[in-house]
Design a protein around this ligand. Structure first.
Ligand code: HEC
Ligand code: HEC
Ligand code: HEC
Ligand code: HEC
Length: 453
């Protein structure tokens, strides 16, 4: 009598159980698979608000990055920079960085990490820029050398799709040749372990913005399992794939604002899964954003009326050996013409003699980030100065390559052989200007015949 009853109960239980099981199994993917998160990233912008225009077919510039992002960025998503946005340590580089930070804000960046070149700025300058930037500049690594207190917020949290994403910014001290005055840089492990436990507790996912080498990123992934994504870095080229190392995905890029990286990932059963990854080259066909072109014009206008350290020819030359003064001065290409008529004729017919006119066409004749290679001896005591305007030291002149000629000229004019001889030149001398983004790939055998004299 009891058996059918028990069987019925068991059957009901099995049904309910099956239903519960069905319910569970149908919910399982939802509860254990997190929504996809997409991160766009750049690194090593190196002052490239817009491309310099030194040859046709140049890639990149934030002007192009912005157009590309406007047309392609999915929302919601994150947009971050890993550092190296500034081009150098001069006062005009800092001024330009201010405009770049403004561009990042217009572009909708949510966090900016501080890279190696930023880590070479003096503490006071960095503090001012960190205070000025609308987008948070992060660094868990950079601290005041005296107080050992962070000088920038180490991390930030962003709500996206109802989840909290923690972004932690670090800079490998070994990437920085000499830290700026008043700065100290913590080791990566120290910088990360100070903040990671808190972030891991507070956030659904933690992303590390790491200005560090590829092998360091790998090491960090093995050391700190709480990092969902590591975005770098201090690398030679962009990552070909998003690599899974331990519990993290690793991606990176570089290259003077010529690329934008994009990675999407989620979590399945606790493990990070890459959904998609690509590096977009910002080809010339990508239009340049007019608002950022205007911002770059604003920078050029501002810099043309701002007095800079480089405008003072008597400023300390840090490379000068005390007590040893170079006596030769720049005199200008016209002074060579009287004795070197054939060389002068060839030079006049070459593009080198038009290099300053080129800058004038671009409203860039007072932009110190341009004139170094389009004039004679800029930045040295007797070389071109911005206050000269159009003068005898404009263009890539004879002395841009051969060096200052005053002694040579005065000796020969006095009818005696100079005690000093110009040193022999070769491809290396051309490459002081013909390199990287400033020139088509330099090749002596194809370039020299155009200017041979
Ligand atoms: C590092 C040296 C260097 C700097 C800095 C530099 N240039 Fe140039 N520029 C060159 C060289 C070299 C060429 C010739 C490249 C070639 O023939 O492939 C060139 C060529 C050009 C040309 C093309 C001329 C033509 O008609 O073909 C333009 C325009 C130009 N530069 C503008 C600029 C501007 C604007 C800046 C500043 C944002 C700048 N340059 C900064 C080295 C430099
Ligand atoms: C008053 C005449 C005179 C003037 C001006 C002059 N040179 Fe010369 N230069 C000579 C003579 C003479 C020689 C040796 C013979 C030769 O090679 O033609 C010479 C040789 C050279 C050499 C070969 C290497 C060397 O040191 O002998 C270079 C390079 C050179 N000149 C560059 C210049 C440049 C650059 C200027 C302008 C800044 C200049 N010269 C102005 C007369 C002059
Ligand atoms: C001081 C910087 C500088 C140095 C050094 C320099 N160049 Fe240039 N070069 C330029 C600039 C700037 C231009 C572009 C000028 C313009 O068109 O406005 C240029 C343009 C050229 C072009 C013209 C491209 C064309 O076909 O019209 C050739 C060729 C060239 N350089 C060869 C050389 C060679 C060879 C050397 C070394 C012997 C050399 N350059 C060293 C700055 C430099
Ligand atoms: C773009 C770089 C560049 C410019 C600009 C340039 N030269 Fe030269 N010049 C060279 C190179 C490279 C050589 C060949 C290698 C060498 O002799 O050092 C050379 C060779 C010479 C020589 C022959 C040296 C010898 O020993 O025979 C003279 C003279 C000379 N240049 C004068 C001039 C004068 C004058 C001007 C300006 C009108 C000028 N150069 C502009 C790079 C340049």
């Amino acid at each position: 009598m009891q058996k059918p009853f028990v069987a019925a109960i068991l059957a009901v239980l099995a049904l309910v159980g099956g239903g519960v099981f069905l319910l569970l199994s149908s919910r399982k993917p939802e509860t254990l698979t997190s929504p996809e998160l997409t991160v766009y990233f750049t690194c090593d912008t190196q002052g490239r608000l817009e491309p310099c225009g030194c040859f046709t077919g140049q890639l990149g510039g934030l002007t192009r990055a912005r157009s590309w992002l406007t047309n392609n960025r999915q929302s919601p998503s994150l947009l971050v920079d890993i550092g190296g946005a500034i081009a150098g340590e001069q006062d005009y580089h800092v001024i330009q960085w201010g405009y770049i930070l403004e561009a990042y804000e217009k572009m909708g960046y949510q966090a900016l990490n501080l890279g190696a070149r930023e880590g070479m700025l003096p503490l006071a300058t960095l503090r001012e820029m960190i205070g000025q930037s609308e987008v948070p500049l992060l660094s868990a690594s950079l601290v005041d050398a005296n107080s050992r207190e962070p000088i920038a917020p180490p991390h930030t949290q962003i709500e996206i799709d109802g989840r909290t994403i923690g972004l932690l910014g670090v800079l490998d001290p070994r990437s920085v040749p000499t830290p700026g005055e008043g700065l100290a840089i913590l080791s990566l492990d120290d910088a990360i372990s100070r903040h990671l436990p808190f972030l891991a507790e507070e956030c659904d996912e933690v992303i590390l913005l790491a200005f560090a080498t590829e092998s360091e990123m790998d090491r960090l992934a093995n050391e700190f399992y709480e990092l969902a994504l590591i975005v770098g870095g201090d690398v030679k080229q962009a990552s070909q794939t998003a690599r899974q190392v331990n519990q993290s995905l690793i991606v990176y890029t570089t290259n003077q604002a010529r690329t934008v990286g994009r990675v999407s990932f989620n979590r399945q059963d606790g493990r990070i899964r890459q959904a998609s990854y690509d590096i977009h080259m910002l080809y010339p066909k990508v239009p340049q954003d007019p608002e950022l072109i205007a911002l770059s014009q604003e920078f050029k206008k501002f810099i043309s009326t701002t007095r800079l350290d480089i405008d003072n020819p008597h400023r300390m030359d840090e490379n000068a050996i005390p007590g040893v003064a170079t006596t030769a001065e720049y005199v200008g290409s016209e002074s060579c013409a009287q004795c070197h008529m054939e060389e002068t004729r060839i030079w006049k017919n070459s593009r080198h003699s038009q290099a300053f006119a080129t800058l004038i066409h671009r409203d860039s004749q007072a932009d110190p980030t341009c004139i170094g290679c389009h004039t004679v001896g800029f930045g040295t005591p007797t070389g071109y100065q911005r206050a000269f305007g159009d003068s005898k030291l404009t263009d890539v002149g004879c002395e841009s390559c051969h060096g200052p000629g005053s002694e040579h000229v005065s000796s020969w004019q006095a009818g005696r052989k100079p005690s000093f001889q110009f040193r022999p030149l070769g491809p290396g001398d051309c490459k002081s200007c013909h390199y990287g983004e400033f020139s088509r790939p330099f090749d002596w055998d194809t370039f020299w015949p155009h200017i041979a004299h």
